[in-house]
Design a protein around this ligand. Structure first.
Ligand code: MG
Ligand code: MG
Length: 256
């Protein structure tokens, strides 16, 4: 079932989203060679809880037989696509890229957003990967209009990846978001041939293209969380929580 959020729910999601945006803005400040992903997680936790919100990811159930997610952010470096676990052993170095995904729950409503950041100076290929993935997100947001179908959003993402020959991660995608982090509908990052649901005001979706410099094929590591590219080439991930309105799409995970 696809729920349509009330004005009040959207206002709470806007607050949750602004807290997530505050975390990501601080991540841009502090990501530099020598910092560990563990330290990034500690900074994120402090910002979320200082704002009287709950880190949505902490304690999120894992696959059967695996532990719950232990941290407030997912920190995925280079060939890691999503769901990297922050660690004292992961020290960022010049030329790396890091994808940081954050969720905050405020008064029962969730904001979910992610960015990929270059550590120090990065290669031209990596700059293109980051710019193209971020552009795909904004192409997709522009399709979040009443009267469109969900596949219009998917198609915008696919077209942007194809324009630069990037690999699309197909095993993961966007999702409805609201009182739970993952709600219906699932958003494919490519065309499936099914137009999908009609977009109506109040439908909120976390849009999250994941593009790779090489193949789109990925697999999970033995920790039950970290997803990596099969060919070891780098991956980027950008995400916003977006709501359909009567007019322009509204990004709920922008700074307040
Ligand atoms: Mg996310
Ligand atoms: Mg998400």
């Amino acid at each position: 079932m696809i729920s349509r959020k009330s004005r009040h729910q959207i206002s709470l999601m806007r607050t949750a989203g602004s807290i997530v945006a505050e975390v990501l803005a601080e991540m841009r400040n502090v990501v530099k060679p020598g910092i560990t992903t563990w330290e990034l997680d500690e900074i994120a936790y402090k910002i979320i809880t200082k704002n009287k919100a709950i880190p949505t990811f902490k304690g999120y159930p894992g696959l059967p037989g695996f532990p719950a997610f232990p941290a407030s952010i997912c920190a995925s470096v280079n060939q890691e696509v999503v769901h990297g676990i922050p660690s004292k052993d992961v020290v960022l170095k010049e030329g790396d890229i890091i994808s940081i995904d954050v969720g905050a729950t405020y008064k029962g409503m969730v904001g979910d957003s992610a960015i990929t950041i270059g550590v120090g100076e990065i290669s031209e290929d990596l700059k293109m990967l980051l710019e193209t993935t971020n552009q795909a997100l904004y192409d997709a947001i522009d399709k979040m209009r009443a009267g469109n179908h969900l596949q219009d959003v998917s198609a915008a993402i696919e077209d942007r990846a194809l324009s630069k020959g990037l690999g699309i991660v197909k095993q993961y995608g966007g999702h409805g978001v609201g009182s739970s982090m993952h709600e219906d509908p699932f958003l494919f990052n490519y065309r499936t041939g099914d137009p999908g649901p009609l977009l109506k005001p109040g439908i909120a979706i976390a849009i999250e293209p994941m593009f790779n410099l090489g193949t789109g094929e990925v697999h999970m590591l033995s920790d039950g969380w970290t997803v990596v590219t099969n060919d070891g080439k780098p991956s980027a991930h950008f995400e916003h929580t977006v709501v359909v309105t009567d007019g322009e799409p509204e990004i709920l995970t922008n700074p307040s």
